[in-house]
Design a protein around this ligand. Structure first.
Ligand code: MLT
Length: 409
């Protein structure tokens, strides 16, 4: 009789956002009169429609697909040059970082890349993650059999190095001890879930650490468009030496509303080589070519439009709209006496839950009493206990309404 992959059997519970969706659905079934009132600030899903320049690019590409002379079949599996070149120029060269277009790998989104990147590292690679953390980094390593045993009491995996991010350290992870022997370090800034950011000096310290200890940083920069402070780095490649120790993952979901359109990319520089000189860029290209048939032509044309003058203007306006929501939520909840972090250079707000409640209890209380949905901090790791994450990606009305209802509690 066949057997399931035993690593998958180690996964505790459901994927966080599936669990939350199930709880909302169950609540709606139990309380059909209240289901329509639910304000969803849980998963970080955008709500504004695609910008006009992006829609025009999609329409144009669909028309091309409808004519024999301009039809496109399989996309190049690493991405069309027109998009890879636009990315290298606008996201890196314009910020003083040297990334060649053939070091950019276009994909169907940052989530897949975050989950898949671990495949090109050895089975015994030791990973380090922030706690709290976007669950995909850990879960994908659990599936790969890299994380050891799960402790149901602590909520920690035996073979993972956790870097606590708490109010005491300003939600900034500390460098792991040298004897932790980590080889794969996941960092995400602006941070999901805490909304914390990192200065260029702090990030440089991580790059120096990784180079010194022979580690790789997987840098998830999905939320870089939300940075307004000119002192904060948008890319890890703004730091000296990052080309020999860092992989960067980016998304079109949060800066341009592609959560339902699907587009992202990963940068693996040619200078990133393992202990034996193996090119990690070439390995990722090999993996991509084998397992992925390229993001759709029409979607890559839409991605290219994000970099046009009009596209930039329109997507910046969308980001400003969401950050307007963040300000409303931050100020409104602070007025109501809550301690709120994040939401300044990031679309996530990290709210300390009232004393004596766990984050899941507070989640239930908000849902039951005022029909507002957040994400319990404990779902992101043990150090997330005591917090609830709210997103700024809803409509203006939902931000105002959520604040009003929470204030009234
Ligand atoms: C989140 O809510 O953390 C994100 O939307 C999840 C994702 O981007 O996959």
């Amino acid at each position: 009789m066949f057997r399931a992959n035993e690593s998958y059997l180690k996964l505790p519970g459901d994927y966080l956002f599936s669990e939350i969706a199930a709880r909302i659905q169950a609540y709606g079934q139990r309380n059909p009169d209240k289901a329509e009132r639910i304000v969803r600030l849980g998963i970080g899903d955008v709500t504004l429609p695609l910008a006009p320049s992006i829609v025009a690019a999609l329409h144009g590409a669909v028309d091309e697909m409808a004519a024999a002379e301009s039809f496109h079949g399989y996309a190049p599996d690493l991405g069309y040059d027109f998009l890879r070149e636009a990315i290298a120029e606008a996201d890196f060269a314009a910020r003083g970082a040297r990334i060649d277009s053939d070091e950019v790998f276009v994909s169907d989104g940052a989530k897949s890349d975050c989950a898949n990147i671990q495949e090109i590292f050895s089975a015994d690679a030791r990973i380090a993650v922030c706690d709290p953390v976007y669950p995909v980094y850990v879960d994908s390593n659990v599936m790969a059999g890299r994380t050891g045993a799960y402790c149901t009491v602590t909520g920690l995996w035996s073979d993972v190095v956790y870097m606590p991010c708490t109010a005491d350290n300003g939600f900034a992870p500390e460098l792991p001890d040298a004897d932790a022997r980590v080889s794969l370090i996941y960092l995400c800034f602006p941070n999901n879930p805490t909304g914390a950011t990192v200065t260029k000096r702090q990030l440089q310290a991580w790059v120096d650490y990784a180079n010194e200890h022979g580690a790789v940083i997987v840098y998830d920069a999905a939320y870089e468009a939300y940075i307004s402070d000119p002192e904060l780095p948008h890319s890890i490649y703004e730091c000296d030496g990052a080309r020999t120790c860092a992989i960067e993952i980016r998304s079109f979901s949060k800066n341009a509303g592609f959560t339902g359109t699907r587009l992202g990319y990963t940068v693996v520089p040619r200078d990133l080589r393992d202990a034996d000189g193996v090119s990690m860029r070439d390995l990722w290209a090999r993996r991509h070519g084998t397992k992925f048939n390229g993001a759709p032509y029409i979607v890559q044309r839409a991605g290219q439009a994000v970099y046009s003058d009009q596209g930039r203007r329109e997507t910046c306006e969308q980001v400003a709209y969401y950050m307007g929501n963040a300000r409303i939520i931050r100020e409104g909840l602070a007025q109501a006496g809550y301690e709120v972090f994040g939401g300044v250079n990031a679309p996530y707000l990290w709210l300390a839950v009232p004393d004596g409640m766990t984050s899941w209890q507070f989640f239930d209380t908000l849902l039951e009493s005022v029909q507002v949905v957040g994400t319990p901090g404990a779902g992101f790791g043990p150090s997330g206990e005591g917090y609830l994450r709210l997103t700024a990606f809803g409509s203006r009305d939902s931000a105002l309404e959520a604040v009003k209802r929470i204030q009234s509690m």
